[in-house]
Structures are given as C-alpha cells and as structure tokens.
Design a binder for this molecule. Structure first.
Ligand SMILES: N[C@@H](CCC(=O)N[C@@H](CS)C(=O)NCC(=O)O)C(=O)O
Length: 230
C-alpha cells in the first residue's frame, strides 16, 4: 500500500495514526498539495489535489475516514478502529464527522486565513473559526467526562482524528480550562502511533525550514515557504 500525504496535514496525520494503530504499514509518499505543480502521480489519483490518498493494489481511495474504513475492513483480526457492533460503530462515525466538520475545518480556516496577505485577512473569519473550535472543545469535554476515549471504551477512528486535530489546536487555540480535554490529549500523545507520526512531520519540517514555525505563528511570510514544492 502507498499513502500520499502532506507530512504536516491533519487529515494525513489522522490516517497515518490509524495505519500505525492497526499495524498496516504503507509506504508514505510525501506531496505538497499546495504547490503550483504537485506530483503527477498524485494528481492522477486526486483530481481535487487533496491528501491523503491511499493506493492499495488497483484501488485508489480518497477521504481520510474512508481510507480508514477500507484498511479496517481488510483486518481479519487484531485492532479494529471501527467497532464490529453496529451501534458502537455509529457512535465512532458520529464523533469522526463532528471532528472533521467542527474542529479540523475551522482549524484549516485559520491556516488558510493565515496564508492570506495581512490586508486580505478577515477578523470576522478568524473569530468565527475560533468560536467553532471553542464550541467543539465544550462538546469534547462533555464526551470525555464519560469515557477514556472519545467514542467508547477503546481507541477508535474518532481518536485518530482527535489526535491529529488537537495537535494542531494546541498551537493555535489552547485548551484553556478544558481539563478533560487536556488530559485526553496528554494520553493521546503517549501513544507510539502519535509519536511516530509527529516525528515524521518534524523531520519533514526540519528539511523545509520555516514550515513548522509558520504553522505555529500562522505568519504569512513564512507560509510562503510552506508553498515551496517538495
Ligand atoms: N475530506 C477530506 C479532506 C482532505 C483535505 O482537505 N486535505 C487537505 C490537507 S489537510 C488538503 O489536501 N488541502 C489542499 C488544499 O486544500 O488545496 C479528507 O477527509 O481526507
């Protein structure tokens, strides 16, 4: 299997964490979807220029959650990131949708707003993204009072998305007084799947000077460096 990733992207991290948890190794192919002319093979599989994309034999699978479903299906035993019990599976898919729409989406809005030259940035759009992140933190705090993981007793697809998103949120929208959320993020960070994924991102950022700092500061000049093709 081959997984096209942008090494610092939240959706890529979500899938990288999942594959490591499942123990389904894939060759990671780093691409920059924001580059003016991205890798031609990547474009063949992703006409939308979006990562991640999984290539498994003849199948090319897009969309982070569907990639995880695809790999999860081929697991005969071992770790299942989507429970076999249908009701428990719905809870996992629900949390996964909430995270994609109401946490990763506003975090991406902050990123893309930060890419714009200062005079084109909108205080209203920044505020609306922060407000949505805050609402989702409140929801997460309530869920985490009930269980150790986001959607039940065991680590699932929902926790993969949460780990990827909270890692970005920690730099641009701190957890404040959300104590359950902070403690949950600390637990996620201890997982080897998270550590390996962030190590890969850090190594990539180290080879692309300015990128890590750009993400932290959402600094428009440094983001220009992030746009340099791989
Ligand atoms: N719904 C998609 C979203 C994928 C996505 O937006 N990926 C971002 C990276 S985090 C991307 O490729 N962005 C490039 C762009 O927006 O041009 C998924 O779950 O995989």
């Amino acid at each position: 299997m081959k997984l096209f990733v942008f090494p610092v992207s939240m959706y890529s991290h979500k899938v990288m964490i999942a594959l490591r948890e499942i123990g389904a190794p894939a060759e990671l192919v780093p691409v920059n979807p924001l580059a003016p002319s991205p890798d031609a093979e990547f474009l063949k599989y992703s006409p939308w220029q979006r990562v991640p994309i999984l290539v498994d034999g003849d199948a090319a699978v897009a969309e982070s959650s569907i990639i995880i479903e695809h790999v999860n299906l081929s697991q005969a035993g071992g770790v299942h990131l989507i429970p076999e019990d249908p009701r428990a599976a719905v809870a996992v898919r629900y949390a996964d949708r909430v995270l994609d729409w109401y946490l990763i989406t506003p975090l991406r809005q902050l990123f893309f707003e930060g890419l714009k030259p200062a005079h084109k940035r909108s205080a209203r759009r920044f505020a609306s993204a922060h407000e949505q992140i805050e609402d989702t933190f409140g929801w997460l705090e309530g869920e985490l009072r009930r269980s150790e993981f986001l959607a039940g007793k065991s680590f699932s697809m929902a926790d993969c998305g949460a780990a990827a998103a909270l890692n970005r949120a920690a730099t641009v929208h701190p957890f404040g007084n959300y104590r359950q959320l902070s403690a949950y993020f600390d637990r996620l960070r201890l997982r080897p799947s998270f550590a390996e994924t962030t190590r890969y991102a850090d190594e990539y950022a180290a080879q692309n000077p300015g990128l890590a700092a750009a993400i932290e500061k959402l600094d428009v000049e440094q983001f220009a460096i992030a746009l340099t093709p791989l």
